[in-house]
Design a protein. Structure first.
Length: 505
């Protein structure tokens, strides 16, 4: 099946790992060539050098191979004559580089100018490069790879989403759970029905159980399920191993959560090759971790995530640029990023329930209905998203919350619990070395009615007394309603390190 003639492809798992553009082949070949070449050069450090080459990322390995073996392609020296003068690049040729696209740049340590090494010739050049490489490997900084992102129109983005992750880890580690409904969260018996569902497997979902559902409702719908408390240590260990597999295959990697990640795989060249890469990764994760993962392959992050959700569990969906609108049209507007229940209700009131209906609205009309979110929604309805895959993973917020053993109307108890949440958040900020500007108090009343209040400070802070005073100020309007509380929580956002805070004056 050719990608150019299909909207998306839901593929079986028996395809082979094939990437003609060289990502898969070059990664393994470069390790073999680098190891064999350095081993043939001998020396006491050859084993350590081979280990360093094998552990290097694909970009670094390719750089190393180019650095050592480029004389085999073009040494720039005539073995029987003087060095050729490099021809200047014409302006016409330089203009061929597409706007917004820059070739990756490499910085390599300089060659030794006076090292007593052999003179001109292929063997001399190779030996010089080996010496420089070995010295650099010892220092750990022999190559620095600085990729420049491609233009958004030329990207291929992959989104990986582990299927029912927590429940899948529990089933993997306990074969007795296979085939049974499994719900990970609080215990509906021991916890007196308090708490929510963290996740559940697909067997439990057949009974109407969903993530974030109150555990008491889940128990009513599926009393025969196995209810387990979460073991985050095991989940984190499994996530780390899966992310290492994905990271090794990516040009640029971004972990978006414990169970999902984005990868820029534009070097695959075509969507067919990226599909083959996703199938290979899927097979490897299944073999090594015995976990199911769904993939979406698309021109941007928005479409890639929608693709991974399209056919779960264990699906691989490819969305090509020419069929984006056809892929989006039948979907509910709720699948778009940033569209929650309130926004969805506002759009439905205008008769916009599907993406196809939403696309017929003008940008100005959308702005009149949803405010400043209108231009963003207008772009998303057309499948446009220029967010880059960002390898820098920073915490966007830090929060703590507490669910009371029984609903309470005691204002002092609610205030004391909120202070405890603030102190835990303050400790987390100190551990990470961060300051915050946005403070949010969240409450849940009896009947699961949830509200929150937020404020943004003029300057970032990490002072406990300031956090407590603002949090209590945000809580007071809820206490004045005279209702019973089920949950209270506190979170902070707009995080930054202290050195980013500029003093006034």
């Amino acid at each position: 099946m050719r990608a150019s003639s299909t909207l998306y492809s839901d593929l079986s798992r028996d395809s082979t790992f094939f990437c003609p553009s060289g990502r898969a082949a070059a990664a393994s070949t470069s390790v073999e060539l680098c190891s064999s070449f350095l081993s043939s050069c001998g020396g006491a450090d050859s084993a350590a050098t081979n280990d360093a080459a094998a552990k290097a990322s694909p970009a670094v390995r390719h750089s190393v191979m180019f650095f050592i073996f480029s004389p085999l392609l073009k040494t720039g020296r005539n073995r029987r004559g003087p060095r050729r003068r490099p021809r200047a690049r014409s302006k016409r040729r330089a203009a061929r580089t597409p706007a917004g696209r820059t070739r990756p740049s490499f910085e390599v340590v300089p060659w030794p100018q006076s090292s007593g090494l052999p003179g001109p010739g292929l063997c001399g050049v190779l030996l010089r490069r080996y010496v420089v490489l070995r010295r650099g490997l010892r220092r750990g900084d022999f190559v620095q790879f600085k990729p420049v992102p491609l233009h958004p129109a030329e990207r291929i983005v992959l989104h990986a989403d582990l299927d029912a992750f927590y429940a899948s880890v529990e089933e993997r580690d306990d074969p007795a759970l296979q085939g049974q409904p499994v719900v990970v969260g609080s215990d509906p018996r021991g916890g007196a029905g308090r708490g929510i569902v963290a996740t559940c497997n697909y067997a439990a979902r057949k009974f109407g159980v969903r993530s974030a559902m109150p555990i008491s409702i889940a128990f009513k719908r599926c009393p025969q399920a196995v209810y387990l408390r979460p073991d985050f240590r095991r989940y984190s260990a499994a996530s780390r191993r899966v992310m290492d597999i994905l990271r090794a295959a990516a040009d640029v990697f971004e972990q978006a959560g414990v169970d999902e990640a984005y990868a820029d795989v534009s070097s695959c060249g075509t969507f067919e090759n990226a599909r083959a890469l996703a199938l290979g990764l899927q097979s490897r994760i299944k073999e090594s971790e015995r976990l199911s993962v769904s993939f979406g392959v698309a021109p941007n992050k928005l479409l890639a995530k929608l693709g991974s959700d399209h056919k779960k569990p264990g699906g691989v969906t490819v969305v090509i640029p020419s069929r984006v609108e056809e892929f989006l049209d039948p979907k509910d507007v709720g699948v778009l990023r940033g569209v929650g229940p309130v926004t969805r209700a506002a759009l439905a009131a205008q008769g916009w329930e599907t993406v196809a209906e939403l696309r017929r609205a003008s940008e100005a009309r959308l702005g009149a209905v949803v405010g400043s979110f209108g231009p963003v929604l207008w772009r998303e309805a057309r499948g446009l998203d220029d967010r880059p895959v960002d390898p820098v993973t920073e915490a966007k917020s830090v929060g703590r919350e507490h669910t009371f053993d029984s609903d309470t109307g005691d204002a002092d108890e609610v205030r004391g619990t909120l202070r405890a949440c603030v102190r835990r958040v303050h400790r987390d900020l100190g551990t990470e070395g961060l300051w915050c500007r946005t403070l949010t108090v969240k409450v849940r009343f009896e009947g699961y009615e949830t509200h929150s209040k937020q404020t943004t400070l003029r300057l970032p802070t990490a002072r406990l007394d300031q956090l407590e005073s603002v949090a209590l100020e945000l809580l007071e309007p809820f206490l004045g309603e005279g209702r019973r509380f089920r949950l209270v929580g506190f979170s902070v956002g707009k995080l930054s390190p202290p050195e980013d805070v500029l003093p006034l004056g």
